[in-house]
Design a protein around this ligand. Structure first.
Ligand code: FAD
Length: 395
């Protein structure tokens, strides 16, 4: 294996982003396109990211991956994209590809993986339901076998990008008679099938990032089943675990935001000096500097452990929880520090930084819920990492 030239690799990513990244307004977090035109731009960009080998390089060579791929590349790509505020490929294709590569049939892999790479298909994740989020295994959407089909009925919610998706990575209850985790199956679900209704929801950020998805006697061909019948829970938890590794980019955003806030405080007149002369704000900025440094070091230590093949049960929930709390506090300071201008709407022409802080503040709540809420992270820490007694279940 040739020696890995990290500076050259980083430079290649930066050059690629500088030459190709779409000229779209930056939005915090994982957001959906605003319209079909934006969706097309993001599809095109996502395809280029795969073509350049910055995504999907770990796939088998047969499906476009590289035999000399190193795990550290993925971390570097994540870092460079975050630093450049470049959008990551749209949709849940990465998650679906993980499920297909590890549990799909060869026919499914040949059918879907090239389309994920070429961005002919945008995928969404159809897991959560109105009464099944943290307790996902209590989902009620059914997929009941009927001859050559599964007939799907029920509802999903929070489905990011569903209004722009061709395919859904669906979890549904295929056997209501067995224990709840055992009766769930996973499907490669064609969003254009008759009986599918997608209703966008508008959130407090002012954008429509989520959707409700309704299934009314949708006939899904039996060969859409991923893995074996009843294997859906294991397939989903395995692919979600592969996703949680991505908090490093968020910690980079924390530092960028803090740096921007310090620059703003130093440059903005207040009284006889600047905002940075305010004794309370100085204390707050110093406090956040320490907290962001701790979050960065924790994230780096976890990455280091992962690259050395050492698994620490506490890493993922601790970093996710730490980020979500710190990010919410910092976004609040970002609003507070502006005084009365902090009360402007995100799209107000007078809003500081084109409303970036309003967007950060409103979106910060999402991070305390998505990928497992703060409370669930605390449960994971207590029960799995510290070995504390399990929380009592309601009867
Ligand atoms: C930005 C974002 C994007 C998302 N994208 C998708 C997507 O594309 N596809 C998809 O399928 N889902 C998606 N989700 C859904 C997400 O996975 C769920 O919102 C999450 O699992 C929480 O479930 P819930 O919203 O049903 O809340 P609930 O589970 O109903 O929780 C409500 C409250 O109760 C608390 N709670 C629940 N159980 C416990 C417990 N055992 N102990 C202590 N407190 C508890 C929670 O912490 C929370 O405060 C997304 C969510 C967000 C915010």
């Amino acid at each position: 294996m040739t020696e890995f030239d990290e500076p050259a690799f980083r430079q290649r990513i930066r050059d690629f982003i500088a030459a190709n990244a779409p000229d779209l307004p930056y939005r915090v977090g994982t957001r959906s396109p605003e319209d079909q035109a934006e969706s097309r731009v993001l599809r095109d960009w996502s395809r280029q990211v795969y073509e350049a080998g910055f995504e999907g390089a770990e796939w088998p060579v047969e499906f476009g991956g590289r035999s000399d791929f190193r795990a550290v590349e993925e971390l570097i790509v994540t870092e460079e994209f975050a630093k450049a505020l470049a959008p990551t490929p749209i949709g849940a294709g990465r998650l679906a590809a993980h499920a297909l590569l590890h549990f799909g049939t060869h026919d499914q892999q040949v059918e879907y993986l090239p389309k994920i790479r070429r961005y002919e298909h945008v995928w969404c994740q159809l897991f959560s339901e109105p009464d099944a989020g943290s307790d996902l295994a209590s989902m009620r959407t059914t997929a009941i076998r009927d001859g050559d089909y599964f007939v799907v009925n029920g509802q999903k919610v929070w489905s990011t990008n569903a209004a722009f998706s061709d395919m859904g990575y669906l979890l549904a209850r295929s056997d209501p008679s067995v224990a709840k985790h055992a009766g769930i199956s996973a499907f490669a679900f064609d969003m254009s099938l008759p009986g599918v209704t997608v209703r966008p929801l508008r959130e407090m950020t002012g954008t429509s990032d989520f959707n409700e998805v309704f299934f009314d006697d949708v006939h899904v061909p039996a060969d859409a089943l991923i893995g074996d019948l009843g294997q859906g829970w294991m397939i989903a938890t395995t692919s979600l675990a592969s996703e949680r590794a991505g908090v490093g980019a968020l910690v980079i955003r924390l530092r960028q935001n803090l740096d921007a806030l310090i620059t703003y405080a130093k440059a903005t007149p207040s009284g006889t000096g600047t905002i940075a002369d305010d004794p309370v704000i100085r204390q707050q900025l110093a406090d956040f500097t320490a907290r962001v440094e701790i979050a960065t070091l924790m994230s780096e230590a976890a990455v280091d452990r992962r690259l050395r093949g050492k698994f620490n049960e506490a890493d993922a929930p601790l970093i996710k929880l730490g980020f979500a709390v710190l990010n919410q506090d910092l976004s609040y300071l970002g609003i507070e520090i502006q005084g009365i201008r902090g009360a402007l709407a995100t799209d107000d022409p007078e809003a500081v930084d084109h409303g970036h802080w309003q967007d950060e503040f409103l979106y910060a709540k999402a991070y305390t819920i998505s990928g497992g809420s703060n409370e669930i992270m605390r449960n994971l820490l207590g029960e799995r990492a510290l070995g504390l007694p399990r929380e009592p279940k309601p009867h």
